[in-house]
Design a protein around this ligand. Structure first.
Ligand SMILES: [Fe+2]
Ligand SMILES: [Fe+2]
Length: 172
């Protein structure tokens, strides 16, 4: 069997970002509660899995390679998003603030993605410059993502859990 092409860590994370942006755009124009709920749930799942692979694999690898301030802010931004994700998952389109929560979540993610992807100074650019092994990281994140997505399909949805509130940031 031919060896699969290596998956670059940053390409994988950026592809996730683009996918979630598309889902947010679809939510904005979606009509009907069923469609909205399905889209919101997909957004939440994508984001929980994405934040998890970043927090467990990519961010710890960035320690020492990326400015500490930027890393800390990224963890806090993830956790702020998880509060909204948990509320959206627990609610439904009937809730008064449902659409507003999805909208604010999209704005928070937009800001966060900018900080990761920003040219030259962004987290990804700093990590690339520091020479992290993006193929190895991409492979590990892809495997973990597949594992979490398969679990979710089987009904075991990963939970949005705070890292900074409980001080459980992983060591590199
Ligand atoms: Fe990200
Ligand atoms: Fe992130």
């Amino acid at each position: 069997m031919a060896q699969a092409a290596p998956i670059d860590a940053i390409a994988l994370l950026k592809a996730d970002h683009r996918k979630v942006e598309e889902l947010f755009a679809s939510f904005e124009t979606a009509k009907g509660d069923g469609k909205k709920k399905a889209l919101a749930e997909q957004i939440c799942l994508e984001l929980v899995v994405h934040t998890q692979i970043e927090e467990q694999i990519f961010y710890p690898a960035c320690e020492g390679a990326v400015e500490e301030d930027l890393l800390q802010e990224a963890y806090v931004e993830h956790d702020a998003a998880k509060v909204l994700i948990a509320e959206i998952e627990a609610g439904g389109p009937d809730d008064e603030f449902y659409d507003a929560k999805v909208k604010v979540l999209s704005e928070m993610i937009e800001h966060h993605v900018k900080e990761e992807e920003q040219r030259a100074e962004g987290m990804f650019a700093q990590a690339r410059k520091a020479g992290l092994d993006m193929d190895a990281l991409g492979e590990r994140m892809n495997a973990e993502k597949e594992r979490l997505m398969t679990q979710a399909k089987g009904g075991a949805q990963p939970r949005p859990e705070s890292i900074t509130f409980t001080g459980t940031r992983l060591a590199p």
